[in-house]
Design a protein around this ligand. Structure first.
Ligand code: FAD
Ligand code: SIN
Length: 528
C-alpha cells in the first residue's frame, strides 16, 4: 500500500465511510478496516435513524427526549446541533443511494423507547445494512479513496514514536497516522496521514452477551488511550432490553421498533409487567426497561421474559420485521403466533474518545466520530436510534475541520519501523481465547446492568491479573489480531471499571446498589 495519504480513516462503518466520501474531494484517502469492509455495527443496525421529518414533530421534542434519556449529562448545545442536522442527514443518505421504507409516498416513521413521537426513519428492520451498502457503493466509485480490508490498525503515530515523552496533559501532541498490520503479509507498516479519523466503533465484545459483531473490540478507544488522548464516560454501557434468548441465537437483536409497534413484555406466566416499573411501560427509555427485566428475572428466578406481538396482523409483522421474522423462524419460533423469549445484552457504549463540537480529539490531527467517540450527545444514556444520526453528523463536522487542518501542514515526520525484535510467534494461542472469555465473564457478572462497590472491586482485581498476563505475552509475541484485540478489550474494561468506581451515584446506565440515587454533586463527565 502507499504509505502517505492526506486522510487516514480507521474503520469502514457509517462514520468512517461517510467521512471518506466527504474528504475525498480534497485529497487522497486510505480506509483501513480489519475484516471485510461491510463488517461493522452499522451493518447490523435494525430500528433506524431518528430525525424530525413529520410536520407534527419538532426539533424541540426530539431535543427534549434526548435530554430526558441522557439523565442530566447531555451537552445541550451538541444535542441541538445534532437534532437540527437530522433532516440534512436523511437527504445526504438518500443522495448516497440509501432507500428507506415509505408509506403513501412519504418516509415511514417508526417509534422506539424514549421517543415522544414516531420519528425513526428505517429500511424495514435492516436499516444499517441499507446504509452500509449504499456508502460502500458510493466509496467504490471514488478514485481518491482506497479501502484496505483485513488491515488492523495497531497504534496511532504521535511524537511518542519520535522519542518524546507524551503525557495526557500535553496540549501539543499530534497524530501523523497509524501503524497498520496487514494480515495477508503479516507485516506492520506505518501509514502516514495529515489527518486521521478514528471510526473504529464500540466495545460490546467486552461482555459475554452482546448484540455486537465480533469486530466491536474497542480498538480505537484503546489506541487513543495509549496515545494519551482524553477518554470519557466509559461507565455508561447501554444494555439492549430484548435479544433472542435461545441457545445458538448469539444475542440476536429484537429491535425496539417491535415494542414501538405495540410489542408487550410478559413474564413466563403471561403478565405484562412493565407498568409496575414505569408508566411509559414498554416505551420507557432503554436503561429503565433493561433494569426492569433484570429485576424481574432476579426476583422471580425465571430464565427469560417474553416479547409478545401475536396481537398484530401476521402480514404487518412480516412486512415490518422481515429480518427478525426470518431469523426467529430459523430458531423455531414463528413470531406471528408465538411469544419471543428475550433477555438484555450489552449493546452500545455511550462513552469513548472525547471530542469537541468539530469532532476534534485532544490530539491535533486526530478526529473521532461514531460509537468510538464521546461527543456529549448521549449523556448517561443514549436515546434509541440517535447513534447512526450522531455518526453521520460528526463525521461531517470532522471532515470539514480536517480539510481546513491539513491546509498548509508541512512534511510529515518519519517514524522508526515497527520493532518486533526478540518476539516469537504465539505458541499458546488458546490462552488468548481463554483470557478473552474470562474477561467477558468478569464484565458480565460484575460490571453489568446492576453494579456494587464489591463487584467492581472484584472485577478490577481479576482484570488486573489478566492485564499483567496479557502485557507480558504481548511483549514476547509477534503481532496477532487476537492478541491485540484482547489487549484492547482489557484496556477498555479497565476504563469502564475505573470510571464506574469513580461515580458514587446511580445515573442513566450506571446503576449501583451502594448509591441508588442521582446526586447533583456527581453531575459530571468522567474524564480519564
Ligand atoms: P461501526 O459501524 O462499528 O464500524 C467500525 C469499523 O471499524 C468496522 O469496519 C470495523 O471492522 C473497524 N475496525 C475496528 N477496529 C479496527 C482496527 N483495529 N483496525 C481496522 N479497522 C477496525 N444505532 C441506531 O442509531 N439505530 C439502530 O437501529 C441501531 N441498531 C443497532 C443494532 C445492532 C445489532 C447493533 C450492534 C447496533 C445498533 N445501533 C443502532 C448502533 C449503531 O449501529 C452503531 O453505534 C453505529 O453503527 C456505529 O458506527 P461506527 O461507524 O462508529 O462503527
Ligand atoms: C433497535 O433496533 O432496537 C436498536 C436501535 C438502537 O440501538 O438505536
Amino acid at each position: 500500500m502507499h504509505k502517505t495519504y492526506d486522510f487516514l480513516v480507521l474503520g469502514s462503518g457509517g462514520a468512517g465511510l461517510s467521512y471518506a466520501l466527504r474528504v475525498a474531494r480534497y485529497g487522497t484517502v486510505a480506509v483501513i478496516t480489519k475484516k471485510d469492509s461491510a463488517e461493522s455495527n452499522t451493518n447490523y443496525a435494525q430500528g433506524g435513524l431518528a430525525s424530525v421529518v413529520d410536520k407534527e414533530d419538532s426539533f424541540e421534542a426530539h431535543i427534549q427526549d434526548t435530554l430526558v434519556a441522557g439523565a442530566g449529562l447531555c451537552h445541550e448545545e451538541v444535542v441541538k446541533m445534532v437534532v437540527q442536522s437530522g433532516p440534512d442527514v436523511i437527504r445526504e443518505l438518500l443522495d448516497w443511494g440509501a432507500r428507506f421504507t415509505e408509506n403513501k409516498g412519504n418516509l415511514d416513521l417508526g417509534r422506539e423507547g424514549g421517543h415522544s413521537r414516531n420519528r425513526i426513519v428505517h429500511a424495514a428492520d435492516r436499516t444499517g445494512k441499507e446504509i452500509e451498502l449504499a456508502l460502500l457503493s458510493a466509496v467504490g466509485k471514488h478514485s481518491n479513496i482506497e479501502i484496505f480490508e483485513h488491515h488492523f490498525a495497531l497504534e496511532l503515530i504521535t511524537e511518542h514514536h519520535l522519542g518524546k515523552k507524551v503525557t495526557r496533559h500535553d496540549s501539543d501532541t499530534h497524530c501523523y497516522g497509524a501503524y497498520v498490520f496487514d494480515t495477508y503479509s503479516n507485516k506492520v507498516e506505518p501509514v502516514y496521514a495529515k489527518a486521521t479519523l478514528l471510526a473504529t466503533g464500540g466495545v460490546g465484545e467486552v461482555y459475554q452477551y452482546s448484540t455486537n459483531p465480533a469486530i466491536a473490540t474497542g480498538d480505537g478507544i484503546a489506541m487513543a488511550y495509549r496515545a494519551k488522548a482524553r477518554v470519557a464516560n466509559m461507565e455508561f454501557m447501554q444494555f439492549h432490553p430484548t435479544t433472542l434468548n435461545l441457545p445458538d441465537a448469539d444475542s440476536f437483536l429484537i429491535s425496539e421498533a417491535v415494542r414501538g409497534k405495540g410489542g408487550i413484555l410478559r413474564t413466563e406466566k403471561g403478565d405484562a409487567f412493565m407498568r409496575n416499573y414505569d408508566e411509559r411501560a414498554e416505551l420507557a427509555p432503554r436503561d429503565i426497561v433493561a433494569r426492569a427485566i433484570d429485576d424481574h428475572l432476579k426476583k422471580s428466578g425465571d430464565d427469560t421474559v417474553y416479547l409478545d406481538i401475536t396481537h398484530l396482523k401476521p402480514d404487518v409483522i412480516r412486512t415490518s420485521f422481515p429480518h427478525i421474522h426470518e431469523n426467529c423462524l430459523l430458531h423455531g419460533i414463528d413470531i406471528t403466533k408465538e411469544w419471543i423469549p428475550v433477555v438484555p445484552a450489552a449493546h452500545y457504549l455511550c462513552g469513548g474518545v472525547l471530542t469537541d463540537m468539530e469532532g476534534r480529539t485532544s490530539i491535533h490531527g486526530l478526529y473521532c466520530a461514531g460509537e468510538a467517540s464521546c461527543t456529549g450527545l448521549h449523556g448517561a444514556n443514549r436515546l434509541a436510534s440517535n447513534s447512526l444520526l450522531e455518526a453521520i453528523v460528526f463525521s461531517k463536522k470532522a471532515a470539514l475541520n480536517s480539510v481546513e487542518y491539513i491546509r498548509g501542514l508541512g512534511a510529515l515526520p518519519n517514524v522508526p519501523a515497527w520493532d518486533d525484535s526478540g518476539t516469537t510467534n504465539i505458541e499458546e494461542a488458546i490462552l488468548v481465547s481463554h483470557n478473552r472469555e474470562e474477561l467477558q465473564k468478569i464484565m458480565w457478572n460484575y460490571v453489568g446492568i446492576v453494579r456494587s462497590d464489591l463487584r467492581l472491586a472484584r472485577a478490577f482485581r481479576r482484570t488486573h491479573l489478566l492485564y499483567e498476563e496479557t502485557e507480558s505475552f504481548y511483549q514476547r509475541s509477534r503481532v496477532s489480531v487476537a492478541l491485540c484485540e484482547l489487549r484492547n478489550l482489557i484496556a477498555n474494561a479497565y476504563m469502564i471499571i475505573r470510571s464506574a468506581m469513580r461515580r458514587k451515584e446511580s445515573r442513566g446506565l450506571h446503576y449501583t446498589t451502594d448509591y441508588p440515587t442521582s446526586l447533583e454533586s456527581e453531575k459530571y463527565d468522567t474524564i480519564i
